[in-house]
Ligand binder design. Structure first.
Ligand SMILES: Nc1ncnc2c1ncn2[C@@H]1O[C@H](COP(=O)(O)OP(=O)(O)OP(=O)(O)O)[C@@H](O)[C@H]1O
Ligand SMILES: [Mg+2]
Length: 300
């Protein structure tokens, strides 16, 4: 398994690397468990409340008890389940629940759902300090883990417009471009795919620039809100570009209730996490920090 989760200590208390050695000599990567934190510091997540009928009002497994979800029947069914994902190029380890690594994602899923339920939140940005930390890997595997909860509906959107990666991760071809959807030129339900009954995918096969400008456009905001209203996902995960060195994520923050930050245990350093925290401070709750490739670091 090459995945771990970090107990998020104040950055100043961490080793130089995100996966480095803590002040008491304990490897932070071994402090298994993700602390979903930050929620108490920032009020009411952009003012969003739980829509009527959200399964997060009830138990972790949802409260809708199989009622058909509005809008989902119109989405193109690409597969009945995630079995095909076992051969995908990005490791979709969550396709194999028996794989011990997939338990890490189930643990992350459980903690995330608790935090969302407690606060009535739904929309999560998945991002990283820098490129290649594993944002797409984590977003895809977390979405698959969520999709195994039959009464939880998950929408996963590839909003890393410059470097889209989810279509490749799921090994789905001819997915088309996402930007016409975001500009209102194409109806979302003609673009989205569905896997099984409760995982919807917004994919993109055409890299485009100008993500920050698009994200701040009122039309794009309305379209994303409209997708929430029509599909009523319990969890929406947005796979986003890295936070540092570009402004896409900052521009997108008003659209989300919280942020999941993916760090690479082999190269993310504490000051990068601190910089991300500074950008989020007082704006959007940092729900947690995921330490990816933790075991790679440990075995070096
Ligand atoms: N824990 C892991 N175990 C095995 N492979 C991994 C792991 N994390 C990431 N990878 C692989 O590393 C590569 C880069 O990961 P990924 O595409 O998720 O990064 P990213 O942060 O989304 O990059 P970008 O910033 O370019 O979008 C992919 O091939 C992915 O499958
Ligand atoms: Mg990516």
């Amino acid at each position: 398994m090459r995945f771990g989760m970090i107990r998020k200590e104040p950055v100043t208390d961490m080793g130089e690397r995100a996966g480095g050695t803590g002040p008491d000599g304990t490897a932070i990567a071994e402090a298994a468990g993700l602390t979903l934190r930050g929620a108490a510091r920032v009020p009411a997540a952009n003012g969003r409340r739980v829509p009527a009928g959200s399964s997060l009002n009830g138990t972790e497994n949802g409260a809708e008890n199989g009622r058909p979800a509005p809008g989902w029947s119109r989405l193109r069914l690409v597969a009945q389940d995630m079995r095909h994902g076992a051969r995908a190029r990005v490791r979709l380890i969550s396709c194999r629940p028996e794989d011990p690594a997939s338990r890490s994602f189930d643990q992350l899923r459980t903690r995330l759902l608790h935090a969302l339920r407690d606060h009535g939140w739904h929309r999560i940005a998945v991002t990283a300090p820098a490129r290649g930390c594993g944002t797409t890997f984590v977003a895809a595997n977390l979405a698959i883990s969520l999709s195994r909860l039959s009464n939880v509906r998950t929408l996963l959107m590839d909003l890393n417009l410059a470097q889209p990666g989810l279509a490749r991760a799921f090994d789905i071809g001819n997915v088309g471009a996402l930007d016409p959807v975001l500009t209102g030129a194409q109806a979302p339900d003609t673009h989205l795919f569905r896997i099984g009954a409760n995982l919807a995918l917004g994919l993109n096969d055409r890299p485009v620039g100008g993500g920050a400008a698009l994200f701040q456009h009122p039309v794009t905001r309305d379209i994303l809100d409209g997708m929430q209203a029509s599909l009523r996902p319990d969890v929406t995960l947005y796979d986003l570009p890295p936070m540092l060195g570009r402004d896409d994520v900052e521009a997108f923050l008003p659209q989300v209730d919280g942020v999941l930050l993916v760090t690479d245990g082999t190269r993310t350093v504490g000051r990068q996490i601190a910089e991300c925290e500074r950008l989020l401070d007082g704006r959007t709750p940092l729900l947690g920090v995921v330490l990816n490739r933790a075991e790679t670091r440990k075995s070096r």
